[in-house]
Design a binder for this molecule. Structure first.
Ligand code: ATP
Ligand code: MG
Length: 335
């Protein structure tokens, strides 16, 4: 069966290992058999960076370079820019009338982000409604499947509520519900061990990070504070090095053996860190090289983005026209 896939990333910084295991790795596989659109969500990036638009504009092409570096192929995947697609903004406004403020405030991801970002009374209206703009993104492309990390599950729930409500109100099955595609590692913790790895929290290893940075990050990772001498038995649960080995070491049997050894005692932290570093360096080395080549050719990145956005424009305008028709607001179109 062929899926229609939409997914994306905020242009708030370069992509990191959390994106890789949470979503990018799947996208590279999915693009061979399914119709996939990947969006650089610059507008959504603005929702908590309203007074710092340069941060967003400076990161748009970085995200495109990350896509290409991990193997997203613009001949197979439509790569597009959110702010260049007016249908998405229009759809957002229509959908906003189908959602209550109370429902938006209950969204668990938004709720915890509001606390974490310390918005209090300065919460931007755009931030509160970003799940509705995500609903616009997803439905504009008729997405049936969305490869995301676990933090995005409430957004998909909210999207499906809007879909059902819209179809009910208009009495027409215009919009399609979507399903998440969760990866094995759907929430990679950050280097600080608190919460998920995220661009905004400064706890990430970027896909373009230098070899030295990767080395330092791994060597300073915390393990089990009770594992003082090599001979001491150690804890694997909550031990960041093992969490990362589970996510990045392809030899699962070896990791299982090391876990058993660590629990028994006699296995030092440096040994497991060295193995993790090897895994990460060999994953990131080719990505880093490819990324640097792409970054050196901004014209090409822009061309790829523009080409994909042109295609996405056609699809999203078609959905907007259907939505307006279902609402009876298709009196005429200006061209
Ligand atoms: P920001 O801090 O600006 O929100 P972010 O690091 O959370 O940035 P997003 O652009 O919000 O990244 O997320 C893009 C996609 O990557 C989403 O599908 C999200 O679920 C996934 N993702 C982000 N971080 C992780 C993570 N640590 N583990 C698994 N998936 C992740
Ligand atoms: Mg995020």
């Amino acid at each position: 069966m062929s899926y229609t896939i939409l997914t994306g990333d905020r242009a708030t910084g370069p992509l990191h290992l959390g994106h890789y295991v949470g979503s990018l790795r799947q996208r590279v596989e999915l693009q061979h058999q399914h119709r996939q659109t990947v969006m650089v969500a610059d507008l959504q990036g603005l929702t908590d960076n309203g007074s710092n638009p340069q941060k967003i504009s400076a990161n748009v092409l970085n995200v495109v370079a990350d896509y290409l570096a991990v193997g997203i192929d613009p001949l197979k995947t439509t790569i597009c820019l959110q702010s260049a697609l007016p249908a998405l903004t229009e759809l957002t406004l229509y959908y906003l009338n189908l959602v209550s403020v109370a429902r938006l405030e209950r969204n668990p991801t938004v709720k915890s982000e509001i606390v974490e970002k310390d918005f209090a009374r300065s919460l931007p209206a755009g931030f509160l409604i970003y799940p509705v703009s995500q609903a616009a993104d997803i439905t504009a492309f008729g997405a049936t499947h969305v490869p995301v990390g676990a933090d995005q599950l409430p957004m998909l729930e909210q999207t499906n509520e809007i879909v059902r409500r819209f179809n009910h109100v208009t009495g027409q099955a215009v919009l399609t519900e979507c399903r998440p595609l969760l990866s094995k590692v759907d929430r990679l913790p950050g280097l600080d061990g608190r919460g998920k790895m995220s661009k905004s929290r400064g706890n990430a290893i970027a896909l373009g990070a230098g070899a030295d940075e990767v080395h330092r990050a791994v060597m300073s990772m915390y393990t089990d504070p009770g594992h003082v001498r090599v001979s001491d038995p150690g804890k694997v649960e909550g031990n960041m090095v093992f969490t990362y080995l589970d996510a990045f070491c392809e030899d699962a049997a070896l990791v299982a053996e090391l876990k058993a050894h660590y629990r028994r005692g006699g296995l030092g932290d440096v040994k497991i860190k060295r193995l993790l570093e090897d895994c990460l360096q060999s994953l990131l080395e080719p990505i880093r090289t490819r990324r640097a080549d792409f970054i050196a050719d901004k014209g090409e990145l822009l061309r790829v983005l523009q080409e994909g956005t042109r295609r996405a424009h056609q699809v999203s305008q078609r959905t907007l026209a259907q939505v307006k028709a279902a609402l009876g607001l298709d009196f005429f179109a200006l061209d």
